[in-house]
Structure formats: structure tokens, C-alpha cells
Design a protein around this ligand. Structure first.
Ligand SMILES: NC(=O)c1ccc[n+]([C@@H]2O[C@H](COP(=O)([O-])OP(=O)(O)OC[C@H]3O[C@@H](n4cnc5c(N)ncnc54)[C@H](O)[C@@H]3O)[C@@H](O)[C@H]2O)c1
Length: 305
């Protein structure tokens, strides 16, 4: 397929572009930042450029990963977020419909599901971790979440009005940088990322693979939204214990974890405030992340032999 990939110079774009080419697709990258994966240096907020690109390049599928996101909140205005994340998405959807594009994959974020209340660890007034599925009604807490949720709604609308097949991937974190709360946690970055694989992280390779799976299945699915995250070992009835004493819950599922962590000088978070449940993606998209917390433990066990 001839695929327009937005955000092709970014972290995900750089992993996704070679993966798509490896699958035999022709990839046309668009991004305001130049890179080897970017053929059109420009913005999706430029409506003329978007329509012209989709038409002239005879695009068959769009993977829309370009965005202003959480790290941009500090330096960009709300209006920039609306221009890129909402108007940019609308431009792509309009171009898709006008030019007969066959399928559309939108990279969304689990961040839009985190309200102030969830962040504070209060669920239904009680202190317990939030068990997050696609069925919850999101109340985004910042401009990033608000504009991503608006873009999801546009995707749904264009599916309803124009029958455009669209798959929305609410992706958990896969960024390589240290967490912005890193200063408050006395842990190495590798330790933090390993812990996060239990409930809120995936590798960038898995994120790219999820997009390949969504591209393949979009016409069959019509419209769907999926949380994409490494598979969690936890269950909804762990939520109270996860807030009160996360290490003992993890020990219940992985009895070998305390010794493996201790040898490496690693620690578990004392409390876990949310769990992203990716089981809908497993059931309907047939997609499961390859890398999970169990793989990290297996790696530690090999190191210590
Ligand atoms: N990194 C994460 O942990 C994470 C988690 C959940 C969802 N996401 C989503 O994944 C996608 C990719 O994120 P990433 O981590 O690769 O971020 P990134 O910042 O590395 O890449 C985003 C790319 O989008 C491009 N972009 C910005 N404005 C644009 C515009 N107007 N037109 C076209 N391209 C534009 C940027 O130049 C950048 O290259 C984003 O949609 C983001 O919201 C990321």
C-alpha cells in the first residue's frame, strides 16, 4: 500500500517507517522536522498541502502519528495544540474521504483517560488504583488529552458519515526519556521502565507493531478504539492492594521478583495508581505486545546466573 505517515521524524515514526517498508509498503512521511523517513517537510495543519499530498501521491492508507504531545505543553500555546492535533486530524480525514483512502490509523494516547481524580488515586471516592478500559468516559486533564480526544471523536464521526475504516490506538507510554517525575523517585531509568511494563508502558517496537496490525485489520473492524500496553498480570480486584502495597501484589504474581530485583539493587513502586487493560486489543485486533514484565525478569535471571 502507499501509506502517508504523519510524524515520520519522531520517535515512533522512526521505528514505524522501516517496519512498514519491511512489510512491503511504500511510505511517504510528512513532518515539519526533516529526517531520512520524511519526504514532505511540512505541517498537517496546512490543509492545502495535506489534500495535495494525499491526491498527488495516490495515498491508499494514512497512519496519523504526528502530534504535539505532553512534552510540548510547556512551550506551545493551546491554539498550537488545536491546530496540529484537531485541525490537522480533520485535514487528513477530509483528504482521506475526498481521495478515496482505504483505511486510517490514528495514534491516540492513554493519557487522555487520566482525570485529576484518577491521578490523585481516588476512584469512586475510595483510594484504589483505576482499572482502565476503553469503556470508561474520559475526562482529560490537559490540552494534550482534550485535543487527542477531540481527534478521536472526529475519527468516529468520519467513520459514521463516510464509512472510512478507522482504528484508534490509545497507546501507553513508550518514550525513551526519563519520566518527568524521575527527580522524585530514587530509581534508575531502567528500573522505572521495568516497573512500568506491569501497568503503563510498552516498547517502541511493540507500538510500531500495533500500528502494522491496525493497518491490516482496519477494513474488517470498521471503527474501533484499543488500549495498547504491555499485558498486565493484575486483575481488577487487585486495585485496592495496588495503591496500598504494590510490591506485595507483584510478589504474588512473580514470587521470584524480590530476589531478582534485590540483586540488581532495583525497587518496585510502593503504590500503583492505574492499570491499562489491553485485553480488547488482544481479542478484537489480535494484538499482544511481545515484551512484558516477565521478559524483564527473565533477562535479570539470565544476568545473575
Ligand atoms: N511517546 C509516548 O510515550 C507516547 C505515548 C502515547 C501516545 N503517543 C503518541 O504517539 C505519537 C508519536 O509520539 P512520539 O513519541 O513519536 O513523539 P515525537 O515528538 O518523537 O514525534 C511526533 C512527531 O510529530 C511531528 N509533528 C508535530 N507537529 C506536526 C505537524 N503539525 N504536522 C506533522 N507532524 C508534526 C513532530 O515533528 C514529531 O516528529 C503522538 O501522536 C503521541 O501523541 C506517544
Amino acid at each position: 500500500m502507499r501509506i502517508l505517515l504523519t510524524g515520520s521524524s519522531g520517535w515512533l515514526g522512526s521505528a514505524l517507517e522501516p517496519r512498514l517498508r519491511g512489510l512491503g509498503h511504500e511510505v511517504i512521511g510528512i513532518d515539519p522536522v526533516p529526517s531520512t523517513a520524511t519526504h514532505i517537510v511540512g505541517s498537517i495543519a496546512d490543509r492545502e498541502l495535506v489534500v495535495q499530498t494525499v491526491r498527488d501521491k495516490r495515498i491508499e492508507a494514512i497512519i496519523h502519528s504526528g502530534a504535539l504531545h505532553k512534552p510540548n505543553i510547556e512551550h506551545c500555546e493551546n491554539t498550537d495544540f488545536v491546530a496540529t492535533n484537531v485541525q490537522g486530524t480533520l485535514n487528513l480525514l477530509d483528504a482521506a474521504v475526498a481521495c478515496g483512502v482505504d483505511r486510517f490509523v490514528f495514534t491516540s494516547t492513554t493519557s487522555l483517560m487520566i482525570s485529576q481524580a484518577i491521578r490523585a488515586g481516588f476512584q469512586g471516592g475510595a483510594r484504589k488504583a483505576a482499572w482502565l478500559t476503553e469503556d470508561m468516559s474520559p475526562e482529560p486533564r490537559n490540552i494534550y488529552g482534550v485535543t487527542k480526544l477531540s481527534a478521536e471523536h472526529l475519527c468516529r464521526l468520519y467513520h459514521i458519515q463516510h464509512r472510512l475504516p478507522v482504528v484508534v490506538l490509545r497507546t501507553a507510554r513508550f518514550f525513551p526519556e526519563a519520566d518527568d517525575m524521575a527527580d522524585t523517585i530514587e530509581q534508575s531509568d531502567a528500573n522505572t521502565k521495568a516497573n512500568e511494563l506491569l501497568f503503563r508502558r510498552l516498547t517502541v517496537e511493540d507500538a510500531a507493531e500495533a500500528h502494522a496490525a491496525a493497518l491490516e485489520k482496519a477494513p474488517q473492524l470498521g471503527f474501533d478504539i484499543f488500549i495498547v500496553c504491555a499485558p498486565t498480570p493484575f486483575r481488577p480486584d487487585d486495585c485496592a492492594a495496588l495503591i496500598a502495597d504494590a510490591p506485595s501484589v507483584v510478589t504474588r504474581y512473580f514470587p521470584e521478583f524480590p530476589a531478582l530485583y534485590a540483586q540488581r539493587g532495583w525497587t518496585m513502586f510502593s503504590s500503583i495508581d492505574r492499570v491499562y487493560d489491553a485485553s480488547r486489543a488482544r481479542k478484537r485486533l489480535g494484538f499482544v505486545c511481545k515484551t512484558s514484565f516477565a521478559d524483564v525478569l527473565a533477562g535479570l535471571a539470565v544476568e545473575q546466573r
